[in-house]
Write a protein that binds this ligand. Sequence first.
Ligand code: AHR
Length: 487
Amino acid sequence: MSSAPLAGTARRVLILAVAALVALAMSVVVTAGRAAAAPGPSFTNPVVPTPNSADPTLVFHNGFYYYVATTWTADVVMRRSATIAGLRSAPEQVVVRTGGTTMWAPHLEMVDNRWYLYYSVEQTGGPRRTHVAQSAGSDPMGPYTIRGIVNLMPNNGWAIDASLLRLNGNLYMTFSAFASDGLQSLFIAPMTNPWTAGAFGTRISAPTLAWERQDGAVNEGSFALQRGGRTFLTYSASHCNGPNYKLGMLEYRGGDPLAASSWTKFPNPIFQRNDANGVYGPGHHSFFTSPDGTETWIAYHANSSASQGCGTTRTTRVQKISWNADGTPNLGVPVSTSTVLQGPSGEVMPAYARISNRHSGLCLDDYNWVTTPGAEVRQWTCNGLAPQDWQITPAADGYSTITNRHSGLCLDNYNFGTAPGSEVRQWTCNGLAVQQWRITSVGGGYSTLTNRHSGLCLDNYNFGTAPGAEVRQWTCNGNNAQQWTIS
Ligand code: AHR
C-alpha cells in the first residue's frame, strides 16, 4: 500500500481523470453497442425442488411469476421471480395460514382485480374440503383474508383440486370428489361469486378408461385451457402414487356446462411418463403464458424414479407446449432434467434486482445508506429497500455494470485490487473494467460475479452469516460463498 498519501491521492485523481475520458469513450461504445434486453436465462428442470413442489400453479403477472404448490403443512407459501430460472432460489413467503393441516394443491387466479387462492386442507373432525382466500388488493403476494369453505358437495363432502373456468360469461369451479359409485371423478359447480358455489357439483368425467385406472381409478387436478373459441378441460388420471399418473383432456361441445353430455373425453392421454427421459408420474399441472403473451407453457410435477409416489419427491417442471393443426394442444413429452431450456419469450430481468448470497442468505447492501464514492458494500438481511436494489446494465463483451438504486454508485473493485481479499465498494460509475462484472449462471438459479479487472469473484468474505457480513473478491472457487441469486 503506498505510504505517500499525496502519491495515493494524485494517483486516484489521475485515475479519475483517465477514467472520465475512458468512461466518455466507453459510454459511446456502450451506448452504441448496448445489447437489447436479454431474454430470460436458460434453465433446467426441476425449476422448484422438494419439498413444496407438487401440484404447482404458476402465474405470470406484471413482470413476475408467482408460484404456489402443495406444502403438506398448515400454510400456503408463495414464490416470486422475474424469471423461471430464478424460481428455485426465490424465497418462500407464507401468504395464508390456513388453520387446517396438510394443505394440498393451491390454485391462484385473479377475478375482478382480486387474487383468489383455492386449496384443500383437513380440519379437526371434518373431511378434506376446499377453502378460499381473497387478496386485499391486486398484489398476488397478498395480504389475504380467508373467505371460508366453498361448499361443493352435499353433506359437507370431501372436495379437492379446485380451479376456475370461465365459460359463456359465467364462472364455474371444476374440482375432484367421490361420486356415489365411489369413483374419484371430475365435478363442476356454478359460482355466484369467486367464493360461493351456486349449487353442488355435477360429475362430468369418471375414471373409466384403462389409462385412468392404473394404481387407482382417479380423475383430479383439472385445469381449463381455452384458445380459438374452444374450451379444453385438462386433468390428471390414474393414481399419483404410481409412475402412470398422467394427463387427459375433455372438450366442451356446447350446451349446459354442468351436464356431462356437454363434454367429450379424448380417448388417449395427452401427457405421460417418459422412461427414456427419466420422468415418471407427470401431472397435476397448470398452464401459464410467457411474459410477451406469445407462448403457452405447462407447469407440472413429476418423479425421477418409477418407484416414487405422492409424497414430497415430486418436483416442479416447466416446458413450452405447442398446438396441433386441428387446434388441440400438443403437450409433447416431459423433458429430461438434463435438457437445457430457454426461458419463456419476453422474460427480462427486472429493472432492479436483489442479489443474495447462497451461503448467508443475506442481500448485497449499500451499507449504512451511504451515497458518497467509497461507500461500503456489505450483506444485510433482505428487506426489499432501495439500498438492496441493484440495476444490472449490460456492458461490452458480456460484462455488466451493477448500480445501486439508493446511492446511484457502481459496484467497484476498489483501488483496482487484484489480490484475493481485494475490497468491493461503490464508486462513481465510470464504465472501467473495475466496475464490470461477468454474471455466470452456475445452475439452480445461482450465478457467480467475476470482476473484469481482477478476474476474482464476488465473495461472502469469511463465510459470514450475520448482517453486516463483509463482501470482498476472492479467487473463484465455485463454493456457496461465491454463489448469488439475482432476482
Ligand atoms: O398432492 C396432494 C394431492 O395429491 C393433490 O391434491 C392431488 O391432486 C394429488 O393426488
